[in-house]
Design a protein. Structure first.
Length: 291
């Protein structure tokens, strides 16, 4: 914290591989939630060092050198849910979660709300793998969903979700070989997962951890860093959103409607739920058509 002309030295501490093609890689390209408690402890032990804990949901206001960063992922998931419901031909969409918790739940609730906004009668099947690193479990969950007629599946499951994407890709190839109508789609998470399966990745709910990390480092460099609080980032500033490859498969008219929804969220006209209670209230409005 001392006034110095020395170069800024930053360190990134992660809870997995730097090449996980997910959250950690996003931060590097720019501190996982599982390190939240340890980051808090280290910040207290090292008061002369700035700390930022990314993707946390509770503030540590008693530590002035620690900034907690929270992402409104439910806002971007809402847009993905809207697209999923509009693209579905069967009226059935799915969600695969990693480990149940507040952060993953926000993806789930936002996705469901967006789908209900698009179609109050949409059927949503969700299941949690209880792991972020079980590709076979992700595949198995997706297989069951596809058997039930689900034709769009969104995941917030880290590497587990790759199993889902692989399964959807294989199902689409199989359907094309058999000459079956329709299309099955996958929706990625955290970073643009289009390259994993260009044929079936409809969009991805992107969490711009890289932008957040860059902004924080800029504040440290400019000596404007403020700790002891939680910084909440969302659609405003594009810290969350849909991937750049979304226009590849999503029709232009649907993209226009989705952009309008984004503006309504930013204006505060749509209150996207981030927890179960909020989702239940949203469902009531959907059934009453009071949006």
């Amino acid at each position: 914290m001392e006034d110095s002309q020395e170069k800024l030295l930053a360190a990134l501490v992660i809870d997995g591989s730097i090449n996980d093609e997910s959250f950690n890689q996003g931060a590097w390209s720019g501190v996982g939630y599982k390190l939240e408690d340890e980051t808090y402890r280290q910040a207290k032990l090292n008061p002369s060092t700035w700390f930022a804990s990314l993707d946390v949901v509770k503030a540590q206001q008693d530590v002035e050198n620690l900034l907690c960063v929270d992402f409104k992922v439910e806002q971007a998931a809402f847009l993905a849910g809207y697209i999923a419901a509009k693209m579905s031909k069967t009226g059935k969409i799915g969600f695969v979660g990693g480990i149940e918790g507040e952060i993953v739940g926000r993806f789930d609730y936002g996705y469901q709300a967006g789908a209900l906004y698009a179609d109050k009668d949409i059927e949503i099947i969700n299941q949690y793998a209880q792991s972020f690193f079980d590709v076979s479990k992700g595949r198995g969950i997706a297989e069951l969903m596809l058997q039930k007629g689900v034709d769009v599946i969104f995941h917030a499951a880290g590497p587990t979700g790759r199993g889902m994407i692989e399964c959807v890709r294989e199902k689409q190839i199989e359907n094309e070989k058999k000459g079956l109508p329709g299309h099955v789609w996958a929706i990625g998470v955290d970073i643009d997962e289009y390259k994993l399966a260009p044929e079936v990745v409809l969009t991805s709910v992107v969490k711009r951890v890289d932008n957040a990390a860059y902004s924080i480092l800029e504040e440290v460099k400019n000596k404007s860093f403020k700790g002891g609080c939680t910084l909440t980032l969302g659609l405003e500033g594009e810290y969350v959103g849909l991937s750049a490859t979304t226009p590849v498969h999503v029709p232009s008219q649907l993209l226009i409607r989705t952009d309008k929804l984004k503006e309504e969220i930013l204006k505060g006209n749509i209150d996207v739920p981030k927890d179960e209670q909020g989702l239940e209230l949203f469902k009531e409005k959907a059934q009453e058509s009071t949006f």
